[in-house]
Design a protein around this ligand. Structure first.
Ligand SMILES: [Zn+2]
Length: 411
């Protein structure tokens, strides 16, 4: 469930919004819906037609048919790019302006430590996909990108990424806008994943929900009243470094007992390694002997095969995450919690441990109808959310005039 930014819309923005979200519609529908005069509606529709943002389909000829002309979004008049950069992978989708995927690609990332080569790689891959789909540059209307670290959304810069000092205060939005010559929005990965889940995943009917990513780190995106809640600086939902009582494991941020340090993928892998080395888990011991390492996925797989040590590790992780989510549920009273990220592949045991903790620590009313599920889109939620982030901005009431001006017909 999405809602537009709150601002009194201009007539043309409002008419376009109706056609985009409800089309095909005829002119009479628009007059009735908006309360605008027939002449205003007609004038603004002609503007939208001349800029190529909408098109009409005629059911026949004559005055009667003209009144029934139906207007719809000209989906292929432009495209946007949705990008999700992870620590280990890059995923890019190009969508038309109706958010249908035109082309997509994903690549493994060996290192994201240095910003210049990483951004150059992302730009090259966007160019490659544009060429593959034979999309001319003037049809590229905007780009949305999710990065795996805190982002100052308003300034368009990264901010103090843990373990990635070279990215601190990097002017990401400016760099991409200058290169591509179109509007760009950047956000953190979990926010765009939450937007993606709300747009085309399991959360389409939810106005209030929390999306939690459990991977190398742990973060959450909050959708409240249909809108992403970023807080005053853009780091709302950054739950990975909330301290857990009684835990002392050192976190990469320098503190002890952070949720991330005891429940994210590296912690699961390290506890799995311990269980393999002490002989507590013969299954993990075999994996260690054959691969010389244990991943969180190995622990999740062994848990699903009934290995008791792995079950304990996965349950511990789920319960700790659930104990922090319970606080969010108490505070924000969402209708649903969705779990995504690599560790979500650990199966229902992981999910039921999270659920158990949330239910145990929350009031009855907050959990009676609370849905706690895995993300439906999983890895696809990121590019989809990054795409809708920029589309919603381009067509927002605040920015619509600028978008329209960029589509001036060639003289
Ligand atoms: Zn920490």
């Amino acid at each position: 469930m999405r809602s537009l930014y709150y601002q009194t819309p201009s007539a043309v923005a409002l008419i376009f919004h109706i056609i985009r979200t409800e089309g095909p519609v005829n002119r009479t529908d628009i007059v009735n819906r908006t309360g605008l005069s027939k002449s205003t509606v007609s004038l603004q529709i002609n503007r939208l037609l001349s800029r190529g943002l909408i098109r009409e389909e005629s059911p026949g000829t004559g005055e009667k048919a003209r009144r029934k002309l139906r207007l719809e979004l000209a989906a292929d008049s432009g495209c946007v790019v949705g990008v999700l950069l992870g620590i280990h992978a890059l995923t890019i989708n190009i969508f038309n302006i109706a958010m249908t995927t035109l082309v997509e690609g994903s690549w493994e990332m060996t290192s994201v430590i240095e910003p210049e080569p990483t951004n150059r790689f992302i730009m090259e891959k966007i160019e490659e996909l544009l060429q593959k789909a034979t999309i001319p540059r003037d049809k590229l209307w905007g780009i949305g990108i999710g990065f795996p670290f805190p982002v100052d959304f308003r300034k368009g810069t990264s901010d103090s990424p843990p373990n990635l000092p070279l990215w601190n205060q990097y002017p990401l939005r400016k760099v991409y806008e200058e290169h591509f010559g179109c509007p760009v929005l950047i956000d953190n990965d979990v926010n765009v994943m939450a937007l993606g889940e709300g747009f085309s995943g399991a959360a389409q009917e939810e106005k209030d929900f929390i999306f939690v990513k459990v991977g190398t780190g742990i973060g959450s995106g909050l959708i409240l009243d249909g809108k992403i809640y970023r807080g005053s600086k853009g780091c709302a939902g950054d739950i990975g470094h909330i301290g857990i009582d009684g835990e002392t494991r050192l976190c990469h941020c320098g503190n002890q007992g952070c949720l991330e340090a005891i429940a994210a993928a590296p912690a699961i892998a390290s506890k799995g390694l311990e269980a393999a080395m002490t002989g507590e888990s013969p299954l993990l011991e075999n994996i260690l002997q054959s691969k010389s390492r244990i991943t969180s996925r190995d622990v999740g797989d062994c848990a699903q095969r009934g290995d008791m040590a792995s079950i304990r590790i996965i349950q511990e992780s789920g319960r700790k995450i659930g104990s922090v989510l319970a606080k969010l549920v108490n505070f924000a009273n969402p209708g649903a919690v969705y779990i995504g990220g690599g560790v979500a592949n650990s199966g229902n045991l992981f999910l039921s441990s999270i659920r158990e903790s949330i239910v145990k620590r929350s009031p009855h009313l907050a959990t009676i109808d609370l849905s706690i599920r895995f993300s439906e889109l999983m890895a696809r939620s990121g590019p989809s959310g990054a795409g809708i982030l920029i589309i919603d901005e381009l067509f927002s009431f605040a920015r619509f005039q600028e978008t329209l001006d960029r589509r001036l017909p060639a003289e």
